[in-house]
Write a protein that binds this ligand. Sequence first.
Ligand SMILES: [Zn+2]
Length: 179
Amino acid sequence: MKALLVVDVQNDFCPGGALAVPEGDKVVPVINSLLDRFDLVVASKDWHPQETIHFQKWPVHCVQNTKGADFHPALRSEKIQKVFLKGTGNKDDGYSAYEATNENLEEYLKAKGVDELYVVGLATDYCVRASALDAVRKGFKTTVVKDAVAAVNVNPGDGDRALEELRQAGVTLVSSPDV
Ligand SMILES: [Zn+2]
């Protein structure tokens, strides 16, 4: 059983948002094209309180119940069967979808019989990286779709380095036509 995890495709991570990933919105049509190929689609959201130590490292973004925390309007979010909220405390970064606090992602996927997880979304070098590494560690056969992710690249090349790290950890990298 294969599932798709859509990581943090939220307004604040797209151009015009508080912590925009360069060309972050370009992943949206690619992700939309993948949604019908999976029986189960889940998503994560960065879902921060107004005050958190996380905002000492990053501009204020994805505050709970704000427009910045909404999914990008072009994402076919009606296909998403469950949303996992992370970074909800005032002391955690919550980069990985497996750190969601409203529901346990690992238990949810295992209860659905999922053994293969495809990861897409934002950003390659933070939340996609952390979520895919956790997926491998927890025993899921894990694939990242390279043209359905985009990187922050605080340091040039961070996104490429993250993909190489994922590959070495056992994550399969594919392009969307090959899914
Ligand atoms: Zn955050």
